[in-house]
Design a protein around this ligand. Structure first.
Ligand code: A3P
Length: 302
């Protein structure tokens, strides 16, 4: 198919699309230019191919651990935490820990944004088991093999007001928006997603009681901290290693780049409630109303 058919995206299933049709398929999606709407969710158009290839080709293993996060909710932090918990036996010497010299996005790759966006079928055979991947996908768009497998999924969410403020600063910093604050806010309100619950973590709770939640995560991942580790202070060590203050001051995160992006753009303030400095009363009311409507009757707290 070479001409754009607006119904193209509605009739084809992803596994029916061949790589030479991706361009036409993506062009037929509703778009704002920078973003494309696919199955009810907005994605940066430049990553759409990765989303499609991932859905078509990714074969989950039962031992896989998938981190699912919307953008700007603390993905970088959670990558550091999961990597440090899972690999703690290999990195007993904290002075030589890979997090000291690698940005968390290098240690835990994105399936959609990086691996499958670069290559239709990336070679994942050298990934150590359990494989730890991340994706900016809602649960409904997980590849079928992942839904059908026993792989573990960790979901992180965050107060949408802080998420929006974080997103705004990030887009500005990496030069990906020319929109005004108010225009970006309106687009954000249009794209609010419904979180799914697997192991569901909340940024604000992680901030408040990191060690409690690190224990919860380790239990969920099937590698609970032993009483010896608890006594030795391993949980506190990991918590400190992954903290905003520690990671953001490392040279790799101050001056390094990952996938052509400056690592420093991933670390801004790392606080709860910074939205009070940015959102107008009208914006607050608008967001509050959306959240009341969308999350009414759920157990999610913001
Ligand atoms: P702010 O912009 O509010 O400071 P993501 O990693 O999903 O892109 O999310 C980015 C947000 O997480 C930014 O929030 C960033 O400062 C914050 N962040 C990054 N590392 C963190 C850490 N170790 N602890 C807490 N927050 C962190």
């Amino acid at each position: 198919m070479s001409t754009l058919d607006p119904s193209f995206s509605q009739h084809l299933q992803e596994d029916e699309i061949t790589p030479d049709q991706y361009g036409d398929f993506i062009s037929s999606l509703p778009t704002t230019g920078f973003l494309s709407q696919y199955r009810g969710f907005w994605f940066p158009t430049m990553f759409m191919q990765g989303v499609l290839s991932l859905q078509k080709h990714f074969q989950a293993h039962d031992t896989d651990i998938l981190m699912m996060t919307p953008p700007k909710v603390g993905t970088t932090w959670l990558k550091a935490i999961l990597f440090a918990i899972l690999n703690r036996k290999h990195h007993l010497e904290l002075q030589k820990h890979p997090l000291l010299t690698n940005n968390p996005h290098v240690l835990v790759p994105y399936l959609d944004l990086h691996l499958y966006n670069k290559k239709e079928v990336p070679d994942l055979t050298s990934c150590p088991s359990p494989r730890l991947f991340s994706a900016h996908l809602p649960y409904t768009l997980l590849p079928t093999s992942a839904k059908n497998s026993k792989c573990k999924i960790v979901y992180l969410y965050r107060n949408p007001k802080d998420t929006f403020v974080s997103l705004w600063h990030f887009l500005e910093k990496i030069g990906m928006t020319t929109d005004l604050f108010e225009e970006t806010f309106d687009k954000f309100c249009q794209g609010v997603k419904k979180p799914q619950r697997i192991l569901c973590l909340r940024y604000e709770e992680l901030k408040e009681q990191p060690t409690t939640h690190l224990k919860r995560i380790a239990d969920f991942l099937g590698c609970p901290f032993s009483s010896e580790e608890e006594t030795k202070g391993t949980i506190n060590d990991i918590s400190r290693l992954c903290s905003f203050d520690y990671l953001s001051k490392l040279e790799v995160n101050k001056s390094g780049t990952t996938h052509n992006m400056k690592n420093e753009s991933l670390f801004r303030r790392g606080e709860v409630g910074d939205w009070v400095n940015y959102l107008t009363p009208q914006m607050l009311e608008k967001l509050d109303n959306i959240f009341k409507e969308k999350f009414h009757g759920t157990e999610l707290k913001f």
